[in-house]
Design a protein around this ligand. Structure first.
Ligand code: SF4
Ligand code: SF4
Length: 275
């Protein structure tokens, strides 16, 4: 998926569900947004709901468990076709679990299954008791947290597992790269291992490791900004490979050429890479 399409996906996930709202949220031209939506629609990854708004779809994944008495996704997720907002119990939930319009439930309900139901997480994560609905979207593992237990994700055993999942998603060698996002009402956090990035932007986050499970990061404010940040990150990796060390700059608006400034900063910090 190219960067423009990725930004459009993130905008829809953040609640910009009309073309105009996506244009406003991203600053991308209408033409680029429409092209990206057309590509997603052709791949059955985006759909027009009956209200005319856009919704994302992910391929239906096989499930290995049963929902049982759990109905948490029917509370914490937004269902656009029913105009059901996030963190509000759906009026169709039946006492003891289940849906009273099961055969006619909206597409979003029919295609949704959480990551616990798919067998990706152990029974600590049963949503009805953990208070969290983990689910994969096109580019992310989302942890949608019930507002009745808004800090549960920071507790153990959950936080260590989220750190592990985040590192797996970041690893270039893993089968499928994904971001790990925790959504608590209107608050959103990106996890980079044990590093928590509050309010990640639609344009992405550049990062370099500064410990075994922690990262230094820079949030991008446009696609062009992300490109510069990532170019500097690549230069940092090159210097680290060549000299075994590179100081991590704190400024977040790098301009090329990156190498001389990085080498100078490293000398000032005593790492002293020499050509
Ligand atoms: S959160 Fe998961 S287990 Fe609970 S009802 Fe939804 S899909 Fe089923
Ligand atoms: S319509 Fe049924 S499946 Fe969909 S959110 Fe409501 S209760 Fe859940």
């Amino acid at each position: 998926m190219d960067q423009v399409t990725l930004v459009v996906v993130r905008a829809i996930e953040s609640g910009a569900t009309t073309t105009k709202k996506i244009v406003d949220a991203t600053g991308l031209s209408r033409l680029k947004v429409e092209r990206a939506l057309g590509t997603l629609e052709k791949q059955n990854l985006a759909f027009r709901e009956s209200q005319g708004s856009w919704a994302l779809g992910v391929p239906v994944m096989p499930t290995v468990r049963q929902c049982g008495s759990c109905t948490l996704c029917c509370k914490v997720l937004e269902i656009t076709d029913l105009k059901k907002p996030v963190n509000t119990a759906c009026s169709h939930i039946m006492a003891g679990g289940g849906c009273n319009i099961y055969s006619e439930r909206p597409r979003q309900c029919r295609t949704f299954s959480c990551a616990w139901l798919q067998g990706h997480l152990d029974d600590d994560w049963f949503p009805a008791t953990s208070g969290m609905v983990p689910h994969f979207s096109l580019d992310a593992l989302n942890i949608q947290v019930d507002l009745d237990c808004r800090d549960r994700w920071r507790e153990e055993p959950y936080f260590s597992k989220l750190c592990e999942l985040s590192l797996n998603g970041l690893l270039a060698s893993s089968k499928r790269n994904y971001a790990t996002l925790v959504i608590v009402g209107s608050d959103k956090y990106l996890l980079l291992g044990r590093t928590i990035v509050p309010d990640p932007t639609l344009f992405g986050t550049a990062f370099v490791p500064n410990g075994r499970e922690t990262f230094h990061y820079w949030k991008a404010t446009s696609l062009e900004h992300l490109q510069r940040l990532n170019e500097r990150v690549m230069e940092i990796h090159r210097i680290q490979q060549e000299f075994g060390h590179c100081a991590i700059p704190l400024d977040d608006d790098p301009r090329p050429p990156y190498r001389p400034a990085l080498l100078e900063l490293s000398r000032q910090h005593g790492g002293a890479p020499t050509q």
